[in-house]
Design a protein around this ligand. Structure first.
Ligand SMILES: Nc1ncnc2c1ncn2[C@@H]1O[C@H](COP(=O)(O)OP(=O)(O)OP(=O)(O)O)[C@@H](O)[C@H]1O
Ligand SMILES: [Mg+2]
Length: 320
């Protein structure tokens, strides 16, 4: 039924009931009106209005649900659809809305995938340039300094050795940044080693105790999914270091039937009412990209827990 006929029908029911009451009930209206008759008429009007409001509320409930969903819809949490029954105007509206969400979600997933792969290749390029250009020049400077220190008079030697030390630290920092930009260890040693190295790196540089328990063995996730797991772990650890006031973080990678689960859980103050920023939305986009589930919420013993569930490729899922 179209919206027009739906509203018209609801009003017709109420007005018809009122007319029937007037016809069959022993009601008389005098001119000028008598007080008791006025009370009966006003009472009747109130009943009619209440009945009309109740029927309209029930009749328009699907539209309320639609408005609610429009306000809360989030393309980074896909898959929520409105129930549709019947074939009338409202059902067509709901079905069209659901179809629009299908289209928007798949376009969003495609554009996120494009943006993420552009971002990763840009990071690879910067990492390569840092390593090959800046790293090489700094290594050359380091060698020059060493040669100069060897030949320098005693009073200059200490200064040159100090410069050498500073250059060495900067070189380490450049290498660390390059490694973060492009986790080469992921390609060379696999996900488990990459996560272990990441945990060690965070523990060293933030003072947090990072307990890494990663199931060893091949994860069979594929390169794209492994990179997503790594990046989510990286952002979750960065967030813990920046916002959580935590002392300990547990980083776990578990294999469960049909999936691999990454969990980063801290013992800090939790997210409270903080709003999600670019970091968490980036995690959601990455999860969407590989059709993984991402749950962010309080941990069982306080703090924050970030859990990424990556489904294994289909044949793998069956075998598991
Ligand atoms: N482990 C955590 N413990 C407590 N609060 C957290 C934690 N992780 C995130 N938050 C809160 O959630 C907010 C959003 O995090 P998000 O990573 O999206 O953005 P951000 O870290 O502020 O900025 P960036 O875009 O650089 O990541 C943070 O500002 C912080 O208030
Ligand atoms: Mg962040």
């Amino acid at each position: 039924m179209s919206l027009f006929w739906r509203i018209f029908g609801l009003n017709a029911v109420v007005l018809g009931a009122a007319t029937a009451l007037l016809l069959w009930a022993p009601v008389t209206v005098s001119v000028p009106v008598v007080l008791t008759e006025a009370v009966v008429l006003v009472g009747g009007l109130v009943v009619m209005l209440v009945a009309n409001a109740a029927l309209l509320r029930i009749g328009l409930a699907p539209l309320d649900r639609l408005t609610q969903r429009m306000v809360t819809v989030d393309l980074l949490r896909p898959g929520h659809r409105l129930p549709v029954d019947g074939r009338g105007g409202v059902a067509v509206l709901l079905r069209t809305f659901n179809e629009m969400l299908d289209r928007l979600e798949s376009e969003r997933a495609a554009s996120s995938a494009r943006a993420l792969s552009a971002q990763e290749s840009e990071r690879r390029r910067i990492a390569r340039e840092l390593h090959d250009e800046v790293g090489q020049s700094m290594t050359a400077v380091l060698l020059e300094l060493k040669r100069a220190a060897d030949r320098a008079p005693k009073d200059l030697r200490a200064d040159l050795q100090h410069a050498q030390e500073t250059t060495r630290q900067s070189l380490d920092e450049v290498r660390r940044i390059a490694r973060r930009l492009r986790p080469g260890v992921l390609d060379d040693l696999g996900l488990t080693s990459a996560l272990t190295a990441l945990a060690t790196d965070y523990a060293t540089h933030t003072g947090l105790t990072v307990r890494c328990r990663c199931d060893s063995g091949p994860s069979d996730l594929g390169a794209a999914a492994e990179l997503v797991v790594y990046r989510v772990a990286q952002e979750a650890l960065t967030n813990t270091a920046r916002h959580a006031d935590a002392r300990t973080v547990d980083l776990t990678l578990r294999r469960v039937p049909g999936a691999v689960v990454l969990e980063v859980r801290d013992d800090g103050r939790g997210m409270g009412r903080a709003r999600e920023g670019a970091g968490i939305r980036g995690m959601r986009e990455r999860a969407l990209f590989i059709e993984a589930g991402l749950d962010i919420g309080p941990g069982p013993t306080g703090g924050l827990s970030v859990r990424l569930t990556v489904p294994l490729p289909r044949e793998e899922g069956k075998a598991a």
